[in-house]
Write a protein that binds this ligand. Structure first.
Ligand SMILES: C[S@@+](CC[C@H](N)C(=O)[O-])C[C@H]1O[C@@H](n2cnc3c(N)ncnc32)[C@H](O)[C@@H]1O
Length: 535
């Protein structure tokens, strides 16, 4: 049995998850250590790992290397010390995020991937980062980002740093702070997308990249590279990058995932015809009940509990319930008749006797004590929402689902709900057709976040900031034909070709000139649309 399995058996998965103890495969660890040691300070032969774990980097460093490490967990350090045949020059129990004042020649790290919001020490860490580094850590950030900026601040001049990071920061709003630190002095060498994430990090559910930072040089361009198999790591730096983006053209507020697309295949929106979706309205999350097992009911549940129709409202509760691009009341009734849980318990201000009894039943089970329910008054009153005419699923694989909702059903958090501005209600259908089209999907892909295992995610704000046609563009389309296209979609007909012909001019043809990296055209509010996807 290898060391990681023996350790896992000893401490259990709960302990490992709490401290994000997932381990780097040897070929990746070796590649990262070799890279930092081949820099200017490589000759000093010193490497530090602030999240040491079971020493994956140490084990793959040359024996003569002066390796130091720290880890916040006594258990893992004790296990390593007991079982390792050799020890680093120094290994200490250290909470890296609270330990300031050291400088290192070279740093390698696979930091813990934990949401900052869930981090126990977060107030102390936030205060220390503000005071020592002048960094305000957003609640949305993750511990890995905090590790990375701290390591950049501790790298000696001339040293190198190699970090494994959850790729989310490349596109997420909170990632702007990290990207700013990475590019501020022109030392970012490469970002490597680990395409073989399942092979490399089978326990980790996020997609992963490796950041290479060299403080000995000012680099003219940042290389965006991809590695398709773990065995390809030794030669990744010898192969040409997918993209070499001039350092001066990278903005921290840009979404960087798109740089992993080769230039010939990249999506180049015609910015002069586009504006932010927020011009038409806003997406927001669906309803969070805090206890779906209590609030989601089927028709037979309603009958068996003696509840009345007025105690429930129609509600989509699972992404799979919407199979077509259009959803009507008939579709809803069919689901309800089939016994699907599509009724949300939502009693009025004065619940009747049957509803009160159901509420007491829920309290006996403890549904009123959940994180969301205990902060709600009364706990059983879910959000009152208007029905949204346009639904967009949060997670998707191989393309998102967008649904024109003609029914009176609400939706839970599996879908984001679009609420048009009162003056823009007339644009809902044409927005829907755009989002459905291949061109719309390609342009929207610039706004998504990539998770592990080819899972894509959109947050409401990713959608609100996404690029959609300007009103003038929509107004110029033949309105009669648009209505017929909507009818055709309602009847399940294939309108992909027609939509493509309408919307393809929203993408620039291959080789067309536009300053596609930076500024674009004006939107209707007179502000420039930037392709840097500021969040
Ligand atoms: C993803 S593991 C990496 C372990 C090892 N370096 C590797 O690459 O296989 C992250 C390690 O960080 C440690 N850790 C978690 N929070 C920490 C903190 N605040 N300071 C230092 N180490 C921490 C965990 O105990 C865990 O061993």
């Amino acid at each position: 049995m290898n060391l990681a399995c023996a350790y896992g058996d000893l401490v259990g998965l709960g302990h490992r998850r709490r401290l994000a103890q997932f381990f780097t495969p040897p070929p990746i660890a070796r590649f990262m250590v070799d890279w930092v040691l081949s820099g200017r300070h490589g000759r000093a032969n010193k490497v530090h790992d602030p999240a040491f774990g079971l020493g994956a980097f140490f084990e793959n460093a040359p024996e003569e290397c002066e390796f130091t490490g720290g880890d916040a967990d006594d258990a893992i350090l004790a296990f390593f010390s007991e079982h390792s045949r050799r020890m680093p020059s120094r290994l200490s129990k250290t909470d890296y995020l609270l330990d300031f004042g050291s400088r290192y020649d070279n740093i390698v790290c696979n930091p813990p991937y934990l949401r900052f919001q869930k981090f126990l020490n977060r107030d102390a860490v936030a205060a220390a980062f503000a005071e020592r580094l002048g960094v305000r850590l957003s609640g949305y950030t993750n511990i890995a980002s905090a590790f990375l900026v701290k390591s950049i601040s501790e790298l000696k001049r001339g040293g190198r740093l190699a970090y494994i990071m959850p790729s989310e920061f490349l596109n997420a709003g909170y990632g702007a702070m990290v990207k700013e630190w990475l590019i501020r002095d022109g030392h970012l060498d490469s970002v490597i997308e680990v395409e073989c994430e399942k092979e490399a990090f089978d326990e980790v559910t996020t997609s992963v990249c490796i950041v290479l930072f060299d403080s000995s040089r000012r680099l003219d361009a940042v290389s965006f590279r991809k590695v398709a198999a773990v065995g390809d790591f030794p030669t990744v730096m010898e192969r040409p990058p997918v993209n070499a983006v001039p350092a001066g053209r990278l903005s921290p507020r840009e979404k960087w995932e798109r740089f992993f697309v080769p230039p010939g295949e990249s999506v180049k929106p015609a910015l002069g015809r586009l504006q932010r979706l927020s011009e038409y309205g806003r997406f927001s999350r669906g309803i969070a009940t805090g206890a779906n097992a209590f609030f989601v009911l089927s028709r037979s549940d309603i009958a068996s509990k003696g509840l009345s129709d007025g105690d429930c409202v129609p509600c989509i509760t699972k992404s799979q319930q919407l199979k077509k691009a259009v959803f009507t009341d008939e579709d809803f009734c069919r689901l309800s008749d089939e016994g699907a849980g599509v009724h949300l318990f939502s009693p009025g201000d004065a619940p009747d006797a049957a509803a009160l009894e159901y509420i007491h039943e829920g309290e006996k089970i403890g549904y009123d004590k959940g994180f969301i329910t205990r902060h709600r008054r009364p706990w059983y009153r879910t959000e009152r929402r208007k029905v949204s005419p346009l639904l967009f699923n949060v997670f998707s694989r191989g393309g998102y689902k967008v649904v024109r909702n003609y029914s009176s059903a609400l939706t839970l958090t599996n879908f984001h709900c679009f609420y048009p501005n009162p003056l823009r209600e007339g644009y809902v259908d044409v927005l829907f057709l755009y989002l459905l089209s291949r061109t719309g999907r390609r342009i929207l892909s610039l706004s998504k976040r990539r998770y592990g295992n080819s899972l894509d995610k959109f947050e409401p704000n990713d959608l609100n900031m996404a690029l959609v046609p300007r009103r003038e563009f929509f107004d110029s389309l033949d309105q009669g034909r648009l209505r017929r296209a909507m009818e055709a979609v309602r009847h399940g007909e294939d309108v992909a070709g027609w939509l493509e012909a309408r919307f393809q001019s929203l993408l620039l043809p291959e080789g067309a000139k536009q300053d596609d990296w930076s500024a674009g055209a004006d939107n209707s509010a007179g502000k420039p649309v930037q392709l840097c996807f500021a969040l």
